[in-house]
Design a protein around this ligand. Sequence first.
Ligand code: AMP
Ligand code: ZN
Length: 468
Amino acid sequence: MLKLYNTLTRKKEEFQPIRQTADKKVGFYCCGPTVYWYAHLGNFRTYIFADILRRILEYNGYKVNYIMNYTDVGHLTSNQDSGDDKMEKSAKREGKTAWEIADFYIKAFKKNAEALNILKPTQTPRATDHIDDQIELIKILEEKGFTYKTKDAIYFDTSKLKNYGKLAMLDAQGLKAGARVEMAEGKKNPTDFALWKFSPKDKKRQMEWNSPWTPPGVRGKVKGFPGWHIECSAMSRKYLGEQFDIHGGAIDLIPIHHTNEIAQSEAAYGKIPARFWMHGEFLLIDEGKMGKSEGNIFTLETLIDKGFNPLAYRYLVLTAHYRSKLNFTWQSLEAAQSALNNLYQAFSKYPEDGKISREYKKEFEETISDDLDMPKAMALVWKLIKDEKVSDRDKKQTLLDFDKVLGLGLDKIKKIEIPDEIKRLVKQREKLRQEKKWKEADEVRKKIDELGYQIEDTKEGPEIKKGG
Ligand code: AMP
Ligand code: ZN
Protein backbone atom coordinates (compact mmCIF):
# COMPACT_ATOMS: atom_id res chain seq x y z
CA MET A 1 0.00 0.00 0.00
CA LEU A 2 1.41 3.33 -1.09
CA LYS A 3 0.95 6.10 1.45
CA LEU A 4 1.60 9.74 0.60
CA TYR A 5 1.39 12.88 2.70
CA ASN A 6 -1.30 15.16 1.36
CA THR A 7 -0.86 18.86 2.17
CA LEU A 8 -4.58 19.36 1.53
CA THR A 9 -5.58 17.17 4.49
CA ARG A 10 -2.31 17.40 6.46
CA LYS A 11 -2.31 13.60 6.65
CA LYS A 12 -0.63 10.55 5.16
CA GLU A 13 -3.25 8.91 2.98
CA GLU A 14 -3.43 5.73 0.98
CA PHE A 15 -2.82 6.46 -2.67
CA GLN A 16 -5.41 5.23 -5.15
CA PRO A 17 -5.67 6.68 -8.65
CA ILE A 18 -8.81 8.67 -9.39
CA ARG A 19 -9.57 6.60 -12.46
CA GLN A 20 -9.10 2.97 -11.52
CA THR A 21 -8.42 1.48 -14.91
CA ALA A 22 -6.66 -1.74 -15.85
CA ASP A 23 -3.73 0.15 -17.36
CA LYS A 24 -3.08 1.85 -13.98
CA LYS A 25 -2.68 5.37 -15.33
CA VAL A 26 -1.71 8.19 -12.99
CA GLY A 27 -1.64 11.91 -13.78
CA PHE A 28 1.08 13.96 -12.05
CA TYR A 29 1.77 17.66 -12.55
CA CYS A 30 4.76 19.42 -11.05
CA CYS A 31 5.32 23.16 -11.33
CA GLY A 32 8.42 23.62 -13.43
CA PRO A 33 11.19 26.18 -13.32
CA THR A 34 11.00 29.82 -14.31
CA VAL A 35 13.55 29.81 -17.09
CA TYR A 36 15.19 33.19 -16.61
CA TRP A 37 18.42 31.84 -15.15
CA TYR A 38 20.16 28.59 -14.28
CA ALA A 39 18.19 26.39 -11.92
CA HIS A 40 20.10 26.13 -8.64
CA LEU A 41 20.67 23.16 -6.35
CA GLY A 42 17.59 24.12 -4.31
CA ASN A 43 15.35 23.98 -7.39
CA PHE A 44 16.84 20.63 -8.26
CA ARG A 45 16.10 19.25 -4.81
CA THR A 46 12.44 19.72 -5.75
CA TYR A 47 12.82 18.07 -9.18
CA ILE A 48 14.72 15.13 -7.68
CA PHE A 49 11.88 14.73 -5.19
CA ALA A 50 9.35 14.77 -8.04
CA ASP A 51 11.48 12.28 -10.00
CA ILE A 52 11.66 9.90 -7.02
CA LEU A 53 7.90 10.12 -6.58
CA ARG A 54 7.37 9.36 -10.26
CA ARG A 55 9.79 6.42 -10.11
CA ILE A 56 8.06 5.03 -7.00
CA LEU A 57 4.71 5.19 -8.77
CA GLU A 58 6.26 3.36 -11.72
CA TYR A 59 7.89 0.82 -9.39
CA ASN A 60 4.37 0.20 -8.06
CA GLY A 61 3.23 -0.62 -11.58
CA TYR A 62 1.56 2.69 -12.46
CA LYS A 63 1.92 4.35 -15.86
CA VAL A 64 2.67 7.93 -14.97
CA ASN A 65 1.68 10.78 -17.23
CA TYR A 66 4.14 13.28 -15.77
CA ILE A 67 3.73 16.87 -16.88
CA MET A 68 6.25 19.53 -15.89
CA ASN A 69 5.81 22.99 -17.36
CA TYR A 70 8.34 25.69 -18.17
CA THR A 71 7.32 29.11 -16.89
CA ASP A 72 8.58 31.42 -19.60
CA VAL A 73 6.32 34.42 -19.02
CA GLY A 74 4.33 36.12 -16.27
CA HIS A 75 6.36 35.25 -13.15
CA LEU A 76 7.04 38.63 -11.58
CA THR A 77 9.94 39.40 -9.30
CA SER A 78 7.70 39.82 -6.25
CA ASN A 79 5.93 36.42 -6.59
CA GLN A 80 2.78 38.55 -6.35
CA ASP A 81 1.42 40.95 -8.93
CA SER A 82 4.04 43.63 -8.87
CA GLY A 83 7.61 44.06 -10.01
CA ASP A 84 9.23 43.21 -13.33
CA ASP A 85 8.66 40.06 -15.32
CA LYS A 86 11.67 37.84 -14.51
CA MET A 87 12.10 36.92 -18.18
CA GLU A 88 12.13 40.48 -19.47
CA LYS A 89 14.48 41.60 -16.71
CA SER A 90 16.92 38.83 -17.51
CA ALA A 91 16.76 39.65 -21.24
CA LYS A 92 17.72 43.24 -20.51
CA ARG A 93 20.61 42.15 -18.30
CA GLU A 94 22.01 39.71 -20.85
CA GLY A 95 21.32 41.76 -23.98
CA LYS A 96 19.21 38.97 -25.49
CA THR A 97 15.55 38.66 -26.35
CA ALA A 98 13.24 37.13 -23.74
CA TRP A 99 12.68 34.24 -26.20
CA GLU A 100 16.42 33.58 -26.46
CA ILE A 101 16.66 33.64 -22.67
CA ALA A 102 13.89 31.05 -22.37
CA ASP A 103 15.43 28.74 -24.99
CA PHE A 104 18.88 29.00 -23.46
CA TYR A 105 17.84 28.24 -19.88
CA ILE A 106 15.45 25.46 -20.89
CA LYS A 107 18.37 23.80 -22.62
CA ALA A 108 20.58 24.29 -19.55
CA PHE A 109 17.86 22.88 -17.30
CA LYS A 110 17.47 19.77 -19.46
CA LYS A 111 21.21 19.16 -19.46
CA ASN A 112 21.41 19.42 -15.65
CA ALA A 113 18.31 17.28 -15.16
CA GLU A 114 19.82 14.57 -17.34
CA ALA A 115 23.08 14.67 -15.39
CA LEU A 116 21.05 14.20 -12.20
CA ASN A 117 19.37 11.14 -13.72
CA ILE A 118 15.97 12.85 -13.58
CA LEU A 119 13.79 10.96 -16.04
CA LYS A 120 12.24 13.06 -18.81
CA PRO A 121 8.68 14.13 -18.03
CA THR A 122 6.08 12.76 -20.42
CA GLN A 123 5.59 16.31 -21.72
CA THR A 124 7.06 19.70 -20.88
CA PRO A 125 4.62 22.38 -22.07
CA ARG A 126 5.67 26.05 -22.15
CA ALA A 127 3.42 28.81 -20.87
CA THR A 128 3.97 30.93 -24.01
CA ASP A 129 2.74 28.07 -26.21
CA HIS A 130 -0.56 28.03 -24.30
CA ILE A 131 -1.70 31.64 -24.29
CA ASP A 132 -5.01 30.73 -26.00
CA ASP A 133 -5.77 28.06 -23.39
CA GLN A 134 -5.13 30.59 -20.64
CA ILE A 135 -7.36 33.21 -22.29
CA GLU A 136 -10.11 30.60 -22.65
CA LEU A 137 -9.92 29.78 -18.96
CA ILE A 138 -10.02 33.46 -17.95
CA LYS A 139 -13.10 33.85 -20.17
CA ILE A 140 -14.84 31.04 -18.27
CA LEU A 141 -13.96 32.73 -14.97
CA GLU A 142 -15.30 36.01 -16.33
CA GLU A 143 -18.57 34.41 -17.44
CA LYS A 144 -19.02 32.85 -14.03
CA GLY A 145 -18.53 36.22 -12.33
CA PHE A 146 -15.19 35.62 -10.64
CA THR A 147 -13.27 38.50 -12.24
CA TYR A 148 -13.05 42.27 -12.20
CA LYS A 149 -11.01 44.78 -14.07
CA THR A 150 -8.63 47.48 -12.85
CA LYS A 151 -6.49 49.81 -14.90
CA ASP A 152 -3.66 47.33 -14.99
CA ALA A 153 -5.16 43.85 -14.83
CA ILE A 154 -8.04 41.41 -14.85
CA TYR A 155 -8.21 40.14 -11.29
CA PHE A 156 -9.61 37.04 -9.69
CA ASP A 157 -12.03 38.00 -6.90
CA THR A 158 -11.15 35.62 -4.07
CA SER A 159 -14.10 36.79 -1.93
CA LYS A 160 -16.44 35.14 -4.44
CA LEU A 161 -15.13 31.72 -3.56
CA LYS A 162 -16.16 29.93 -0.41
CA ASN A 163 -13.19 28.46 1.36
CA TYR A 164 -10.46 30.32 -0.51
CA GLY A 165 -7.07 29.32 0.87
CA LYS A 166 -7.96 25.90 2.22
CA LEU A 167 -4.71 24.38 0.96
CA ALA A 168 -2.60 26.79 2.91
CA MET A 169 -5.21 26.97 5.64
CA LEU A 170 -4.95 30.67 5.07
CA ASP A 171 -6.83 32.99 7.29
CA ALA A 172 -8.26 35.35 4.69
CA GLN A 173 -9.93 37.40 7.41
CA GLY A 174 -6.60 38.02 9.04
CA LEU A 175 -5.09 39.27 5.79
CA LYS A 176 -6.48 42.78 6.08
CA ALA A 177 -5.57 45.16 3.31
CA GLY A 178 -3.06 47.82 4.16
CA ALA A 179 -1.77 46.19 7.33
CA ARG A 180 1.11 44.18 5.93
CA VAL A 181 0.00 43.38 2.42
CA GLU A 182 0.56 45.99 -0.24
CA MET A 183 -2.52 46.51 -2.37
CA ALA A 184 -2.32 47.43 -6.04
CA GLU A 185 -4.67 50.23 -7.08
CA GLY A 186 -8.21 48.99 -7.59
CA LYS A 187 -7.64 45.60 -6.01
CA LYS A 188 -10.58 44.61 -3.83
CA ASN A 189 -9.13 41.99 -1.48
CA PRO A 190 -5.52 41.45 -0.49
CA THR A 191 -5.62 37.85 -1.69
CA ASP A 192 -7.00 38.72 -5.16
CA PHE A 193 -4.52 38.00 -7.93
CA ALA A 194 -3.97 38.96 -11.55
CA LEU A 195 -5.19 36.62 -14.28
CA TRP A 196 -4.22 38.89 -17.16
CA LYS A 197 -2.00 41.94 -16.95
CA PHE A 198 -2.12 44.83 -19.40
CA SER A 199 1.26 45.79 -20.82
CA PRO A 200 2.50 49.03 -19.25
CA LYS A 201 1.95 52.14 -21.37
CA ASP A 202 5.43 53.50 -20.90
CA LYS A 203 7.39 50.30 -21.56
CA LYS A 204 7.45 48.00 -24.57
CA ARG A 205 7.29 44.37 -23.53
CA GLN A 206 8.85 41.65 -25.67
CA MET A 207 6.33 39.01 -24.70
CA GLU A 208 2.79 40.30 -25.13
CA TRP A 209 -0.40 39.19 -26.83
CA ASN A 210 -3.80 40.44 -27.88
CA SER A 211 -6.69 39.50 -25.63
CA PRO A 212 -10.43 40.15 -25.41
CA TRP A 213 -9.74 42.75 -22.66
CA THR A 214 -8.84 46.42 -22.45
CA PRO A 215 -8.36 48.62 -19.39
CA PRO A 216 -11.41 50.65 -18.29
CA GLY A 217 -12.03 53.63 -20.55
CA VAL A 218 -9.51 52.55 -23.18
CA ARG A 219 -10.63 51.89 -26.71
CA GLY A 220 -8.85 49.75 -29.25
CA LYS A 221 -6.48 46.92 -28.60
CA VAL A 222 -4.15 46.82 -25.62
CA LYS A 223 -1.68 44.00 -25.46
CA GLY A 224 -1.01 42.06 -22.31
CA PHE A 225 0.29 38.86 -20.74
CA PRO A 226 -0.97 36.16 -18.39
CA GLY A 227 -0.50 36.15 -14.63
CA TRP A 228 1.72 33.44 -13.20
CA HIS A 229 -0.92 31.07 -11.78
CA ILE A 230 -3.25 30.73 -14.75
CA GLU A 231 -0.70 28.84 -16.86
CA CYS A 232 -0.60 25.85 -14.53
CA SER A 233 -4.39 25.64 -14.30
CA ALA A 234 -4.73 25.84 -18.08
CA MET A 235 -1.94 23.40 -18.89
CA SER A 236 -2.73 20.82 -16.20
CA ARG A 237 -6.31 20.71 -17.43
CA LYS A 238 -5.21 20.43 -21.04
CA TYR A 239 -2.80 17.54 -20.44
CA LEU A 240 -4.35 15.77 -17.45
CA GLY A 241 -8.00 16.75 -17.34
CA GLU A 242 -10.12 18.68 -14.84
CA GLN A 243 -9.08 16.39 -12.04
CA PHE A 244 -5.88 14.40 -11.83
CA ASP A 245 -3.97 12.47 -9.18
CA ILE A 246 -1.02 14.42 -7.85
CA HIS A 247 0.19 18.00 -7.97
CA GLY A 248 3.64 18.83 -6.67
CA GLY A 249 6.20 21.53 -6.04
CA ALA A 250 8.16 23.00 -3.14
CA ILE A 251 6.54 24.33 0.02
CA ASP A 252 6.76 27.99 -0.97
CA LEU A 253 4.10 27.32 -3.60
CA ILE A 254 1.47 26.45 -0.98
CA PRO A 255 0.22 29.88 0.16
CA ILE A 256 0.05 31.68 -3.18
CA HIS A 257 0.67 29.73 -6.36
CA HIS A 258 -1.09 26.46 -5.52
CA THR A 259 -3.79 28.19 -3.50
CA ASN A 260 -4.58 30.28 -6.55
CA GLU A 261 -4.43 27.33 -8.92
CA ILE A 262 -7.04 25.63 -6.76
CA ALA A 263 -9.17 28.79 -6.71
CA GLN A 264 -9.10 29.09 -10.50
CA SER A 265 -9.99 25.48 -11.16
CA GLU A 266 -12.67 25.31 -8.50
CA ALA A 267 -14.27 28.47 -9.84
CA ALA A 268 -14.13 27.31 -13.46
CA TYR A 269 -14.86 23.59 -13.17
CA GLY A 270 -16.18 23.12 -9.63
CA LYS A 271 -13.34 20.81 -8.66
CA ILE A 272 -10.06 20.91 -6.82
CA PRO A 273 -7.75 20.00 -9.72
CA ALA A 274 -5.69 17.34 -7.95
CA ARG A 275 -6.43 14.76 -5.29
CA PHE A 276 -2.98 14.81 -3.66
CA TRP A 277 -0.91 17.95 -3.13
CA MET A 278 2.68 17.14 -2.31
CA HIS A 279 5.37 19.61 -1.32
CA GLY A 280 9.10 19.25 -0.86
CA GLU A 281 10.96 21.13 1.85
CA PHE A 282 13.71 23.60 1.06
CA LEU A 283 17.36 23.10 0.52
CA LEU A 284 19.05 25.46 2.95
CA ILE A 285 22.48 26.98 3.02
CA ASP A 286 23.87 28.42 6.24
CA GLU A 287 20.46 27.48 7.66
CA GLY A 288 18.63 29.89 5.31
CA LYS A 289 16.70 29.11 2.11
CA MET A 290 18.89 28.74 -0.95
CA GLY A 291 17.44 31.17 -3.46
CA LYS A 292 18.34 33.47 -6.29
CA SER A 293 16.99 36.52 -4.51
CA GLU A 294 18.79 35.51 -1.32
CA GLY A 295 22.03 35.59 -3.38
CA ASN A 296 23.35 32.33 -1.91
CA ILE A 297 22.94 29.83 -4.70
CA PHE A 298 25.12 27.17 -6.23
CA THR A 299 24.40 25.63 -9.61
CA LEU A 300 25.17 22.11 -10.73
CA GLU A 301 27.96 23.52 -12.92
CA THR A 302 29.81 24.83 -9.84
CA LEU A 303 29.64 21.39 -8.35
CA ILE A 304 30.89 19.71 -11.55
CA ASP A 305 33.73 22.27 -11.80
CA LYS A 306 34.81 21.27 -8.31
CA GLY A 307 35.12 17.66 -9.51
CA PHE A 308 31.94 16.21 -8.02
CA ASN A 309 29.76 13.68 -9.79
CA PRO A 310 26.28 15.29 -10.16
CA LEU A 311 24.87 12.05 -8.77
CA ALA A 312 26.66 12.77 -5.49
CA TYR A 313 24.19 15.63 -5.14
CA ARG A 314 21.33 13.24 -5.89
CA TYR A 315 22.74 10.90 -3.24
CA LEU A 316 22.87 13.79 -0.75
CA VAL A 317 19.23 14.66 -1.47
CA LEU A 318 18.26 11.03 -0.81
CA THR A 319 19.76 11.18 2.66
CA ALA A 320 17.04 13.57 3.86
CA HIS A 321 13.30 13.00 3.86
CA TYR A 322 11.60 15.28 1.33
CA ARG A 323 9.52 16.89 4.07
CA SER A 324 12.60 17.80 6.14
CA LYS A 325 14.87 20.73 5.57
CA LEU A 326 18.29 19.84 4.21
CA ASN A 327 21.23 22.11 4.91
CA PHE A 328 23.76 22.12 2.08
CA THR A 329 27.46 22.10 2.98
CA TRP A 330 30.49 21.12 0.90
CA GLN A 331 31.40 18.71 3.67
CA SER A 332 28.12 16.84 3.39
CA LEU A 333 28.49 16.74 -0.38
CA GLU A 334 31.96 15.24 0.02
CA ALA A 335 30.54 12.60 2.36
CA ALA A 336 27.84 11.82 -0.22
CA GLN A 337 30.46 11.58 -2.98
CA SER A 338 32.55 9.11 -1.00
CA ALA A 339 29.48 7.03 -0.07
CA LEU A 340 28.56 6.94 -3.76
CA ASN A 341 32.10 5.86 -4.68
CA ASN A 342 31.94 3.07 -2.10
CA LEU A 343 28.60 1.96 -3.47
CA TYR A 344 29.98 1.88 -7.03
CA GLN A 345 33.05 0.00 -5.90
CA ALA A 346 31.11 -2.64 -4.02
CA PHE A 347 28.64 -2.99 -6.87
CA SER A 348 31.27 -3.30 -9.61
CA LYS A 349 32.78 -6.37 -7.95
CA TYR A 350 29.55 -8.33 -7.85
CA PRO A 351 29.08 -11.05 -10.46
CA GLU A 352 26.12 -11.38 -12.80
CA ASP A 353 23.19 -13.76 -12.96
CA GLY A 354 21.81 -13.38 -9.45
CA LYS A 355 18.24 -13.13 -8.24
CA ILE A 356 16.48 -10.27 -6.51
CA SER A 357 16.38 -10.95 -2.77
CA ARG A 358 12.68 -11.23 -1.95
CA GLU A 359 13.15 -10.32 1.65
CA TYR A 360 15.04 -7.11 0.84
CA LYS A 361 12.68 -6.14 -1.97
CA LYS A 362 9.74 -6.43 0.41
CA GLU A 363 11.43 -4.19 2.96
CA PHE A 364 12.43 -1.71 0.26
CA GLU A 365 8.88 -1.53 -1.03
CA GLU A 366 7.50 -0.94 2.44
CA THR A 367 10.04 1.79 3.08
CA ILE A 368 9.57 3.78 -0.12
CA SER A 369 5.80 3.33 0.07
CA ASP A 370 5.76 4.98 3.47
CA ASP A 371 5.64 8.51 2.07
CA LEU A 372 8.99 8.14 0.29
CA ASP A 373 11.25 7.29 3.21
CA MET A 374 14.44 7.52 1.18
CA PRO A 375 16.88 7.91 4.09
CA LYS A 376 15.65 4.56 5.39
CA ALA A 377 15.87 3.09 1.87
CA MET A 378 19.53 4.19 1.68
CA ALA A 379 20.20 2.56 5.05
CA LEU A 380 18.70 -0.62 3.61
CA VAL A 381 21.11 -0.44 0.66
CA TRP A 382 24.06 -0.52 3.06
CA LYS A 383 22.50 -3.22 5.21
CA LEU A 384 22.23 -5.36 2.08
CA ILE A 385 25.82 -4.70 1.01
CA LYS A 386 27.05 -5.78 4.44
CA ASP A 387 24.74 -8.78 4.74
CA GLU A 388 26.81 -11.96 4.58
CA LYS A 389 23.74 -14.11 4.19
CA VAL A 390 23.02 -12.71 0.72
CA SER A 391 25.28 -13.81 -2.14
CA ASP A 392 27.14 -11.16 -4.12
CA ARG A 393 25.33 -11.99 -7.33
CA ASP A 394 21.96 -11.58 -5.59
CA LYS A 395 23.14 -8.29 -4.11
CA LYS A 396 23.86 -7.04 -7.59
CA GLN A 397 20.42 -7.94 -8.93
CA THR A 398 18.70 -6.51 -5.86
CA LEU A 399 20.62 -3.23 -6.03
CA LEU A 400 19.83 -2.90 -9.73
CA ASP A 401 16.17 -3.31 -8.85
CA PHE A 402 16.36 -0.64 -6.09
CA ASP A 403 18.13 1.68 -8.48
CA LYS A 404 15.01 1.92 -10.64
CA VAL A 405 13.83 4.18 -7.82
CA LEU A 406 17.11 5.60 -6.51
CA GLY A 407 18.44 6.56 -9.94
CA LEU A 408 22.08 6.48 -8.82
CA GLY A 409 23.28 5.18 -12.18
CA LEU A 410 24.16 1.62 -11.13
CA ASP A 411 23.01 0.34 -14.51
CA LYS A 412 25.86 2.28 -16.07
CA ILE A 413 28.56 0.86 -13.83
CA LYS A 414 30.72 -1.28 -16.05
CA LYS A 415 30.61 -4.90 -15.18
CA ILE A 416 34.00 -6.47 -14.83
CA GLU A 417 34.92 -8.40 -17.93
CA ILE A 418 36.60 -11.64 -16.95
CA PRO A 419 39.16 -12.61 -19.61
CA ASP A 420 38.77 -16.04 -21.22
CA GLU A 421 42.16 -17.09 -19.86
CA ILE A 422 40.96 -16.55 -16.27
CA LYS A 423 37.70 -18.38 -16.95
CA ARG A 424 39.70 -21.31 -18.33
CA LEU A 425 41.93 -21.40 -15.24
CA VAL A 426 38.90 -21.30 -12.93
CA LYS A 427 37.39 -24.27 -14.75
CA GLN A 428 40.68 -26.13 -14.57
CA ARG A 429 40.87 -25.50 -10.82
CA GLU A 430 37.29 -26.74 -10.33
CA LYS A 431 38.13 -29.93 -12.17
CA LEU A 432 41.26 -30.49 -10.04
CA ARG A 433 39.24 -29.92 -6.88
CA GLN A 434 36.65 -32.45 -7.96
CA GLU A 435 39.47 -34.89 -8.48
CA LYS A 436 40.65 -33.97 -4.98
CA LYS A 437 44.02 -32.80 -6.38
CA TRP A 438 44.21 -30.04 -3.76
CA LYS A 439 47.84 -29.10 -4.28
CA GLU A 440 47.48 -28.61 -8.02
CA ALA A 441 44.23 -26.76 -7.53
CA ASP A 442 45.97 -24.37 -5.15
CA GLU A 443 48.68 -23.70 -7.66
CA VAL A 444 46.15 -22.74 -10.29
CA ARG A 445 44.56 -20.45 -7.74
CA LYS A 446 47.91 -18.73 -7.18
CA LYS A 447 48.25 -18.22 -10.92
CA ILE A 448 44.82 -16.62 -11.04
CA ASP A 449 45.87 -14.40 -8.13
CA GLU A 450 49.01 -13.32 -9.93
CA LEU A 451 46.93 -12.31 -12.95
CA GLY A 452 44.99 -9.94 -10.66
CA TYR A 453 41.81 -11.97 -10.07
CA GLN A 454 40.42 -13.69 -7.03
CA ILE A 455 38.19 -16.66 -6.49
CA GLU A 456 35.69 -16.91 -3.74
CA ASP A 457 34.02 -20.26 -3.24
CA THR A 458 30.31 -19.90 -2.56
CA LYS A 459 27.36 -22.25 -2.25
CA GLU A 460 26.57 -21.59 -5.89
CA GLY A 461 30.10 -22.26 -7.10
CA PRO A 462 33.20 -20.10 -7.51
CA GLU A 463 32.82 -16.30 -7.91
CA ILE A 464 35.53 -14.42 -9.75
CA LYS A 465 36.46 -10.92 -8.59
CA LYS A 466 38.95 -8.45 -9.84
CA GLY A 467 41.69 -6.99 -7.64
CA GLY A 468 41.85 -6.86 -3.87
P1 AMP B 1 11.26 28.79 -9.81
O1 AMP B 1 12.25 28.52 -10.91
O2 AMP B 1 11.62 29.97 -8.97
O3 AMP B 1 9.86 28.88 -10.36
O4 AMP B 1 11.33 27.57 -8.83
C1 AMP B 1 11.23 26.25 -9.27
C2 AMP B 1 10.90 25.32 -8.13
O5 AMP B 1 11.99 25.24 -7.19
C3 AMP B 1 9.68 25.73 -7.31
O6 AMP B 1 8.91 24.58 -6.97
C4 AMP B 1 10.31 26.35 -6.09
O7 AMP B 1 9.43 26.33 -5.02
C5 AMP B 1 11.50 25.42 -5.88
N1 AMP B 1 12.56 25.97 -5.01
C6 AMP B 1 13.06 27.22 -4.99
N2 AMP B 1 14.04 27.35 -4.05
C7 AMP B 1 14.15 26.13 -3.46
C8 AMP B 1 14.99 25.59 -2.40
N3 AMP B 1 15.91 26.32 -1.77
N4 AMP B 1 14.82 24.29 -2.07
C9 AMP B 1 13.91 23.52 -2.70
N5 AMP B 1 13.10 23.96 -3.70
C10 AMP B 1 13.22 25.25 -4.08
ZN1 ZN C 1 2.50 25.96 -11.20
